[in-house]
Design a protein around this ligand. Structure first.
Ligand code: PEP
Length: 250
């Protein structure tokens, strides 16, 4: 049995005041959530602040991105994996579609970051997903396979014992349009099946989150699908009641 995992991607939102309010709301409700791993991924600047507010909490903290370079050095504006470790980050989101589309991150760069995170003992949340044009032109599976192959080729199938995958159709992220449970399940099964070709036991264990306009009112059905093991939540993770309702649905 895979333990569901729900992570909140706060993107570039928040202030000390709004984050305190959000964390108070989460802390007040989190005891009611059982059998689900939970993480929040604040902007890097606030990771330390969030950690100090969450001391003793079951909620883990992750980052939204990190540098490709494994060691510190002359990389202005970047945050290294060792810094994330120093701040007790358990997870790092890698290859989010906004990083790929707005900042030009390639499959190869994402694969390098995944390996750097693994080497440091920080769990990557590897985002994969197709655009609407790719889905409509019938190349959805090959796009996702290519994204996964970059990591498989660099790190090998055994690495997926320590990787969380987030399937995030680009057309569903922040749009209010959610993949239907059937659409999402089809892709999750494709991803698990692809990994199973390399190692069935690893594929059976890997956590595959769904992300893309998950809300309290669609979470139960999505998370009820056999290959969906929780979610990566953007907009709804900024509201404590909504995020906790989504965690409960997992
Ligand atoms: C995301 O940013 O990873 C995401 C899924 O966003 P939203 O839930 O807002 O669609």
């Amino acid at each position: 049995m895979r333990k569901p995992f729900v992570a909140g991607n706060w993107k570039m939102h928040g202030s000390r005041e709004s984050i305190s309010n959000l964390l108070n709301g989460l802390s007040a409700q989190v005891d009611a959530v059982k059998g689900v791993d939970i993480a929040v991924c604040p902007p890097a600047l606030y990771i330390d602040f969030v950690q100090s507010q969450l001391q003793g909490s079951v909620i883990s903290v992750g980052a939204q991105n990190m540098a490709e370079e494994p060691v510190q050095g002359a990389f202005t504006g970047e945050v290294s994996v060792e810094m994330l470790k120093d701040m007790n980050c358990s997870y790092v989101i890698l290859g989010h579609s906004e990083r790929r589309s707005l900042y030009g991150e390639t499959d190869a760069q994402v694969a390098t970051k995944v390996q750097v995170a693994l080497d440091a003992g920080v769990t990557p949340i590897l985002c994969v997903g197709e655009t609407l044009a790719e889905r409509e032109s019938g190349v959805m599976e090959s796009v996702i396979a290519t994204q996964l192959d970059a990591v498989l080729e660099k790190s090998g199938i055994a690495a997926f014992e320590r990787i969380v995958i987030a399937y995030e159709p680009v057309w569903a992220i922040g749009t209010g349009v959610t993949a239907t449970p059937e659409q999402a399940q089809e892709v999750h099964a494709f991803i698990r099946g692809k990994l199973a070709q390399a190692d069935a036991a690893v594929a059976e264990k890997v956590i595959i989150q769904y992300g893309g306009s998950v809300k309290p009112d669609n979470a139960v059905e999505l998370f009820g699908q056999p290959d969906i093991d929780g979610g990566l939540i953007g907009g709804a993770s900024l509201n404590a009641d909504d995020f906790m309702a989504i965690c409960k649905a997992a």
